[in-house]
Ligand binder design. Structure first.
Ligand SMILES: [Zn+2]
Length: 128
């Protein structure tokens, strides 16, 4: 299950970003998982659940958004989302297409949790 390796390397990146912002843990991690990345979002979430006990990520929410496959045609220059995984341009029928997005897993955003000793009075419970 390569999702474990993926989650581990993702958390290394997240830890670096969180530390960079002076935080200690992330409140939320948003991932974009390409529909064609060869990664199952369910397994990704499961791997995260199994890895996080006893770590800094115990209270972190993981949100995974599936990114549809997007292709670009080299012949006519159009980009499009194929209905199925057919690597043929829907505009001109050329097979000279390549993946624009949808073939990788990327960290979309991270919400860094405020340090526990921060002034909590400025925090408003306004979002819903
Ligand atoms: Zn085309």
């Amino acid at each position: 299950m390569h999702e474990f390796a993926l989650v581990r390397s993702m958390l290394v990146q997240v830890a670096a970003i969180v530390a960079d912002q002076g935080g200690q843990e992330a409140e939320e991690i948003r991932l974009r998982c390409g529909a064609f990345a060869g990664v199952d979002p369910t397994l990704l979430a499961a791997a995260f659940e199994m890895l996080r006990p006893g770590t800094a990520w115990e209270r972190t929410r993981l949100r995974i958004e599936v990114d549809p496959l997007e292709l670009r045609c080299d012949a006519c220059g159009e980009s499009f989302r194929p209905d199925q995984f057919r690597f043929v341009c829907i505009h001109c029928g050329s097979p000279r297409v390549r993946e624009l997005s949808g073939d990788q897993v990327i960290i979309e955003s991270i919400v860094v949790a405020a340090p526990a000793n921060a002034d909590a009075s400025t925090h408003e419970e306004g979002e819903s």
